[in-house]
Design a protein around this ligand. Sequence first.
Ligand code: ZN
Length: 205
Amino acid sequence: MKIVCIGRNYADHAKELGNQVPTEPLFFFKPESAILHRDHPFAIPEWTKDCHHEVEVVVRLERAAKWVSPEHASRCYATIGLGIDFTARDVQAELKAAGKPWEKAKAFDGAAVVSPEFMPLTELGGNVQDLSFSLLRNGQEVQSGHTGDMLFGVNELIAHVSRYSTWKTGDLLFTGTPAGVGQVQSGDHLEGHLGGRVMFSVNVV
Ligand code: ZN
């Protein structure tokens, strides 16, 4: 399986990093080895001094899809999870400035938190563009978002990516982060909420 992540899909987050709002979805991959093992703490890599949390709604693909239209993309998923796209922001900034790919800053071991459970979309109200989610750091809300604020909706994202890369069953789509990204530190506790439910709980070491 693969993880497809969307960059700059919330205007307020694109602006907080000084980026232009994109005119088409921006995507990149994380490998399966980036998934943080269940119940393991997240260990900040020793080669970064500025590791950021990015809380994101995660969609799991239930079927393969190639060249799917936005109209048909909703048939490709039925459950929704929540995750963190951990990002070594200092390393990413260096790579961006040099015009190089971001993988080193995004694809490292443990860089993808995926909630152990995925909720049936029907139990979350049925509208993937009407979901509220948030991240608490040490009990304080640091990020909150609403999927209605996405620049490109989930169906559009699935369709766009499928023009370039075939979706396989079990693939995960990280749909982008809202504003409020920030540095994590050893000793932090991160808790992700989706539709009023606690979806994951991660200790940082
Ligand atoms: Zn992200």
